[in-house]
Design a protein around this ligand. Structure first.
Ligand code: ZN
Ligand code: ZN
Length: 419
C-alpha cells in the first residue's frame, strides 16, 4: 500500500471517530453496516485504522461485525425458497443491548450494487424488508439521536465499477477512494480543523435562517421560477446532532446541507432539475416539474418520464414536496462532478428538494405530532422520500419575510450572507 494512500486512509478514519462519532472515553463501539449484516472483509485496512483511533479515544471494546459477500450469493443460490425472512438472531439483539448500554455505532457503506442483479427481485426485496423490520427497535435510537452514530462510505470493487465504468477495476477502486477523501476534506493539511470550521459554519447558517423565519423561498434560474411556502414552525437543521447527554456528533460524513421542510400545500411555479435522478435503477434526466398549490401538476423529462410520473403517483404525498435543502455550488462534492449512485454522497452535491415525506424533526414539536396533525400543520406524509438536485452556479434564492421584505439567501449558487 502506497504510504500517501495509507496516510489519507488514516486521516479518513480519524475524522470518522473524532468528528463523526465524537467517541467518548469508556464508550463501546460497534462497526458494522447493520442492514447488510456487517462490513466486507475487503475494507479491513480502513477498519484497522478506525479501531486504532477508537481505542485511542478510550473505547473499552470495539466490536467489528464482518461479512463476506460471497456468502450472500451462496444463500441466494442454495437456501430454501421460503427462507428469505430469516435473519441472524444475535445481531439486532446485540445492537439493541449495545445502544441501551450507551454504545455508539459506526456504519460503513461498502456495497456492490450488482451483487445480486441476476437473482430473484422478489427475494431481494424481501431480504431488504426483513432487514428494516429487524432493526426497527434500534432505529429508534438513531432517529432520536439517543447515542452517537455515524455513516461513512468506503470504496468497494462493484460500487467503484458503477461510478467509474470505463476504468480497470483496481484503478476505479483507487479513484473512488480519492474522490471520497476529497469530498470528505481528508486530503487537506488539517482535516480535523477544516471540519470543525465547516460544522461551525453550517450550524451558524441554520441558526441565521431559524432566526429569520422566512415565510417563502423564491428560486430563480434557467428553467426555474418557483415560490415555496415554509410552515410557521419550520426548523432548519444542519450537520450537528446532540445526544441527550449533550455530546455533539456528525451523523453523516460528508455533510454539506442545511435543510427544513416546505409547506406541502404551498409550491407554485416551475423548476428544472440540475442533475439526473437515479430512481429504482432508472436514470431520469433533463426533467422539469410545474407546481400549483403544492402539487406537481406537470412533469416532463428527456428520459425516464414514465418512471418519473409513476413515482409522483405513488400516493397522495408523492407529488408534494417534503424537504428543501441548501448546498453551495462550491461544495467539494459539487466540484468533484462525480455521480456516486449513493444518497449519502449525491444528496450533498447541490441544493435539492425532495418529493414525498417530510421529517417531523423539521417542525417545532413535530416529533410528538400524529401524522394527521403534522399534515394539518403543513408537513407532507408519503411512503416516498426522493431527493432531486436543483442547485447550480446559476441559481438564485431569496427569502421572503411575512411583511413581504425580500432578502438574498443565495446568489449564483453561493451563500449571499456571512456568518
Ligand atoms: Zn437533504
Ligand atoms: Zn432528503
Amino acid at each position: 500500500m502506497a504510504p500517501a494512500f495509507d496516510e489519507a486512509l488514516r486521516r479518513y478514519a480519524e475524522l470518522a471517530i473524532k468528528i463523526g462519532l465524537n467517541l467518548q472515553p469508556g464508550q463501546r463501539l460497534i462497526i458494522s453496516d447493520p442492514r447488510r449484516a456487517g462490513v466486507p472483509l475487503e475494507i479491513a485496512p480502513l477498519v484497522r485504522h478506525l479501531v486504532e483511533y477508537a481505542y485511542k479515544a478510550g473505547a473499552p471494546l470495539v466490536d467489528v461485525i464482518w461479512r463476506d459477500d460471497a456468502l450472500q450469493r451462496l444463500r441466494f443460490q442454495h437456501a430454501p425458497h421460503d427462507s428469505f425472512e430469516e435473519w441472524p438472531v444475535a445481531q439486532p439483539k446485540g445492537l439493541l443491548e449495545h445502544f441501551e448500554r450507551g454504545g455508539a455505532l459506526l456504519s460503513i457503506h461498502a456495497a456492490n450494487p450488482d451483487l445480486l442483479t441476476d437473482q430473484d427481485a422478489g427475494r431481494i426485496a424481501l431480504v431488504q424488508k426483513t432487514a428494516f423490520a429487524q432493526y426497527l427497535p434500534t432505529s429508534d435510537f438513531t432517529s432520536r439521536n439517543l447515542v452517537q452514530w455515524c455513516v461513512i462510505a468506503a470504496s468497494y470493487a462493484g460500487w467503484a465499477k458503477k461510478v467509474f465504468p470505463t476504468l480497470p477495476p483496481a484503478e476505479a477502486e483507487t479513484k473512488l477512494w480519492q474522490a471520497l477523501f476529497r469530498v470528505c476534506r481528508a486530503d487537506l493539511p488539517d482535516p480535523i480543523a477544516a471540519w470543525k470550521e465547516h460544522v461551525r459554519q453550517l450550524v451558524a447558517r441554520s441558526d441565521y435562517l431559524n432566526h429569520k423565519r422566512y415565510r417563502h423561498l423564491h428560486y430563480t434560474g434557467p428553467g426555474t421560477d418557483l415560490t415555496l411556502g415554509l410552515p410557521p414552525d419550520h426548523l432548519w437543521n444542519a450537520a450537528q446532532s446532540k445526544t441527550p447527554k449533550g455530546i455533539a456528533f456528525t451523523a453523516n460524513l460528508p455533510t454539506e446541507e442545511i435543510f427544513t421542510l416546505p409547506h406541502a400545500a404551498q409550491a407554485d411555479g416551475h423548476i428544472a432539475a440540475s442533475r439526473p435522478l437515479n430512481y429504482g435503477d432508472t436514470l431520469i434526466d433533463g426533467f422539469e416539474v410545474k407546481f400549483a398549490g403544492g402539487r406537481a401538476v406537470e412533469a416532463h423529462a428527456r428520459s425516464g418520464e414514465t418512471v418519473l410520473r409513476k413515482m409522483l403517483e405513488a400516493d397522495e404525498g408523492g407529488a408534494r414536496l417534503g424537504e428543501v435543502a441548501l448546498v453551495p455550488h462550491s461544495s467539494p462534492i459539487s466540484q468533484s462532478g462525480v455521480m456516486f449512485y449513493n444518497t449519502l454522497l449525491d444528496e450533498n452535491c447541490a441544493s435539492h428538494l425532495a418529493f414525498g415525506r417530510a421529517y417531523k424533526f423539521c417542525m417545532r414539536g413535530g416529533e410528538s405530532m400524529t401524522d394527521e396533525t403534522f399534515v394539518a400543520a403543513g408537513g407532507n406524509h408519503s411512503i416516498l422520500h426522493v431527493d432531486f438536485m436543483v442547485g447550480s452556479g446559476e441559481m438564485n434564492i431569496d427569502g421572503i419575510a411575512s411583511d413581504g421584505t425580500t432578502e438574498a439567501i443565495m446568489r449564483k449558487g453561493e451563500w449571499a450572507f456571512k456568518v
